[in-house]
Design a protein around this ligand. Structure first.
Ligand code: DMJ
Length: 887
């Protein structure tokens, strides 16, 4: 629409349209479409309630946790990294820099007008916080939470100072801190690609031998693509361009590396060469019958897993077999791993006035709407084959997306997806971290994430529909009812049980209350003009005036021809434009999704995406397509001639036999598989027979058992353990042997555990497989939580398995030890004690001993080392030269 305008003018105009669009609807008298409109008193009551909740959370942190990074609301003390058990990646947000206070500071002014608390909070930060701790932090989290927090607080400090009310002493100290932090993060960009390292040591950077980081090769797309707002604001406020330049370069790389066919990006990228990282995508059970006709596949989201069903050429089900296939793929979605990259493209345009960001956003957005958006669902797809869904579940982070769609002006899908999310919260109180396309819990945790509140706020602003106030009210009530504890608010460990977790992440204070409070506030009730600011992904507010404060960095233009010239490409249309004179439009859209999860819903089939090969979208031939997904196809002609020596009449083009090439043994690259062993310890083996075994990603972790797990082996009946177990009495207290195949490892494990087995040894069903030829792999679960499986599980290839079953046949009773290879019994070199014997001489023996008829021998150390068989020398293993570990 307005492509010829100057960049800053576009931005200015955009901001004006945005403000007008978002608020114009509020001026209309909108009736309540799903119940009564809220009166001013009701809204004010809820606002007070939110304020009270904020105080409860904030005071709990300040009183019981500060200066620690976060509050542990159940223990009512601070979480100090290193003093609490390591939680893995999630701890990388904690840099011993009073994270929660920094993340919360600007909220105190921007919304709540708590000026005294703000001023004292700033003073605390200036006196207490160090940014040079010897600690490894996430570059992404430190940027959005700490750098964003410092900048947001600086902007507010400046506003208050300008107004002459408070902070007269302030001399940009927070900005200096932000700059110091910016410089501490900069070494992360020292890669050949320009994509930043995911982690950095605040004191030692990356390359320093003391840094304990710098070995990473991958980062997530959002991690590399969510820096531009904070870094550009830092550049423009401090006058130092380097920050914006580096962040922009990272954005440029991601754009360049997008999959050009689909215009989508993947979730994980190699920071050195910019390649998308293929990961274990999903496990699929494939039933292969004889011939497969036309290669017609349906990827069906059945509850626990995806299945590929091949259409049968005939009813001949002989020789059918089930294979578990692990697909290595690059998936693409709008949730975890990617989310804020898209958000920052759109918002970088709004904040910086550079239309290149908007053009890129528009290109990606079209792709998202083409492939990922299946209203009301947003489903991850295979980046290279985007018509293929890769998951049957969604993650809660994607709940921000309807809010972004509002900014884009695309209200209809925003309303649809938001409604779907609301239905999920109605069912489970909160959004579980992951939920299936049938709205069942996939991963039940809820760490008090604010994304759903964020979208609710944006939708209310765009539609003025009081329905969204009711949604907001339900969020408030649920937080009070299910997350509130005497010392703050506690994350929910599992929405199904409502159990709490001892964590209150800083984003809860930084974001949740901000969006909720704004939702119930009139513009006039806020201490600042909220329309002059843009929300960062952590809800820190940066002034849109930055777009004109300095010229943007030099940039390449994207091809304008590539953009769709639609109404929304350069604007942010209002509900008025979209649905003129129709104030009930949002309700009309929502109504279609009212009974998605609950009673009264018509039985819906799982979403199915049928694919008829060849895929026109990719232009790939069927064989290439499946190969790209880890399946190879062998034309029947070849198979039959190989097996029968002649071609069959049935074999013709289009008939293939599925051949397994990628199975669970093809574990993701870089995955470390700790080799285990099954050591036969009962006579006559006495530890000398040691079989190399693979571990499982679930069940008892043998590496943590000092002495392994010992037990007698008993074959399961049925041997596959897929049906109900017929010999529970025999299995009770013993280690079960079960044949691989027919159902998932986790299913077998559960059955055998229930039957009383204390461990399971799975034996490969493929004849002739051995650990000498096939790398070890880790058995994976069935997509459901596997916490209920607590017994140890190991896997033997069939050659090793045969040794065990032979032993059982010969000996009846065979005791084994399951343990990590490095703890193999008797592997330690025996201490050599060289002993020689001689007949006793006179004087060697005590009085009376001489009279004995026994021949007396005397032990004496030998000088010459004579090798003796102690019976504990290193035992043979099968096979002799097994690989150390598999990929
Ligand atoms: C926040 O830190 C930010 O919103 C980020 O972009 C992703 N998620 C968390 C909250 O869920």
């Amino acid at each position: 629409m307005e492509r010829n305008r100057g960049e800053s003018r576009i931005c200015e105009w955009f901001a004006t349209v945005l403000v007008a669009a978002v608020f114009s609807y509020l001026l209309l008298e909108v009736k309540a479409h799903d119940g009564q409109a809220m009166t001013a008193e009701e809204k004010s009551k809820i606002r007070d309630q939110i304020l009270e909740m904020f105080d409860h959370a904030y005071n709990s942190y300040m009183t019981n946790a500060y200066p620690a990074d976060e509050l542990m609301p159940l223990s009512c003390r601070g979480r100090v990294r290193g003093l609490e058990p390591n939680r893995g990646d999630v701890d990388d947000s904690l840099g011993k820099f009073s994270l929660t206070l920094i993340d919360t500071l600007d909220t105190l002014v921007q919304l709540l007008n708590k000026l005294e608390e703000f001023e004292s909070g700033v003073k605390k930060i200036l006196s207490d916080v160090r940014l040079d701790n010897d600690i490894v932090v996430s570059v992404f989290e430190t940027n959005i939470r700490v750098l964003g927090g410092l900048l947001g607080a600086h902007v507010m400090a400046d506003v208050l100072k300008q107004r002459g009310e408070r902070m007269q002493w302030y001399r940009d100290e927070l900005l200096y801190m932000a700059k110091e932090l910016g410089y501490r993060l900069l070494p992360a960009f020292n890669t050949t690609s320009g994509l930043p390292y995911p982690r950095i040591n605040l004191r030692y950077g990356i390359v320093n031998p003391l840094s304990r980081t710098g070995t990473e090769s991958d980062t997530c797309t959002a991690c590399a693509g969510t820096l531009i707002l904070e870094f550009a604001a830092l550049s423009r406020l401090s006058g130092e361009r380097i920050f914006e330049e580096q962040a922009r370069k990272a954005m440029d790389v991601l754009w360049e590396k997008r999959q050009k066919g689909s215009d989508l990006v993947g979730t994980v990228i190699n920071i050195h060469n910019g390649d998308w990282v293929r990961r274990a995508g999903f496990l699929v059970s494939v039933t292969c019958f004889g011939e497969v006709e036309n290669l017609r596949f349906a990827f069906t989201a059945v509850p626990q897993q995806l299945r590929i069903k091949a259409q049968l050429a005939s009813d001949n089900r002989e020789n059918s077999s089930i294979y578990n296939i692990l697909f290595l793929m690059t998936d693409s979605g709008v949730g975890a791993g990617i989310d804020s990259y898209y958000e920052y493209l759109m918002k970088a345009y709004i904040l910086l006035g550079d239309k290149v960001y908007l053009e890129r956003f528009n290109t990606h957005y079209s792709a998202i709407m083409k492939y990922i958006s299946q209203p009301p669902l947003l489903l991850n797809v295979h980046m290279h084959n985007p018509t293929v869904n890769v998951r049957s579940w969604m993650d809660s982070l994607l709940a921000f997306f309807p809010g972004l769609q509002v900014l884009r002006g695309d209200l209809k899908p925003a309303i649809e997806t938001h409604e779907m999310l609301y239905q999920v919260t109605k069912q489970h109180n909160f959004l579980p971290e992951a939920f299936t396309t049938e709205f069942r819990v996939h991963w039940g945790q809820h760490p008090l994430r604010p994304e759903f509140a964020e979208s609710t706020y944006f939708l209310y602003k765009a539609t003025g529909d009081p329905y969204y106030l009711k949604v907001g009210q339900s969020i408030v009530e649920k937080l009070n009812a299910h997350a509130r504890v005497p010392c703050g608010f506690a994350a929910v460990q599992d929405v199904r049980t409502g159990t709490h977790e001892d964590r209150m992440d800083s984003f809860f204070l930084a974001e949740m209350f901000k969006y909720l409070y704004l939702l119930f506030s009139e513009k006039s009730q806020l201490p600042i003009d909220i329309d002059d600011y843009i929300f960062t992904t952590e809800a820190h507010l940066l002034p849109v005036s930055l777009s004109t404060s300095q010229p943007p960095c030099q940039t390449n233009n994207t091809d304008p021809q590539a953009l769709e010239d639609d109404l929304f490409s350069y604007s942010c249309p209002s509900a008025q434009t979209l649905f003129p004179n129709n104030p009930t439009f949002a309700k009309t859209i929502r109504d279609g999704y009212k009974y998605l999860t609950g009673v009264g819903r018509a039985q819906q089939a799982s979403p199915v995406r049928g694919i008829e090969l060849p895929l026109h979208d990719t232009g790939l031939e069927p064989v290439e397509f499946l190969k790209s997904m880890g399946i190879s196809l062998t034309p029947l002609t070849e198979l039959i001639s190989a097996s029968q020596g002649s071609a069959s009449q049935d074999s013709h083009k289009g008939f293939f036999k599925l051949k397994l090439v990628a199975e669970v043994t093809q574990s993701p690259e870089h995955e470390e598989v700790v080799p285990l062993i099954v050591q036969l310890i009962s006579p006559p083996f006495l530890g000398q027979t040691v079989l190399t075994a693979g571990p499982a990603k679930f069940g008892l972790d043998l590496t943590k058992q000092e002495h392994g797990v010992k037990g007698r082996i008993v074959k399961s009946s049925p041997y596959t353990a897929c049906g109900s177990i017929e010999n529970p009495v025999a299995l009770q207290g013993h280690i079960a042997l079960a044949l691989r195949g027919d159902c998932m490892f986790a299913v077998k494990a559960r059955r055998l555990q229930e039957a009383g087995a204390i461990g399971v040894i799975f034996i490969d069903h493929r004849e002739g497989s051995s650990s000498a030829e096939t790398p070890l792999f880790q058995m994976v679960g069935d997509g459901e939580p596997t916490d209920d499986i607590s017994i140890p599980l190991v896997f033997l290839f069939s050659k090793e398995g045969a040794m065990l079953t032979n032993a059982l046949q010969e000996q009846n009773n065979v005791d084994v030890l399951l343990l990590p290879k490095e703890k193999q019994l008797g592997k330690e070199k025996p201490e050599k004690l060289n002993i020689k014997f001689r007949l006793a001489n006179d004087g060697d023996l005590a009085e009376g001993e001489m009279e004995s008829t026994t021949i007396q021998l005397v032990l004496e150390p030998t000088e010459s080392p004579t090798e003796m068989n102690t019976g504990t020398q290193e035992t043979c293993s099968f096979p002799q030269d097994e690989p150390e570990s598999g990929p």
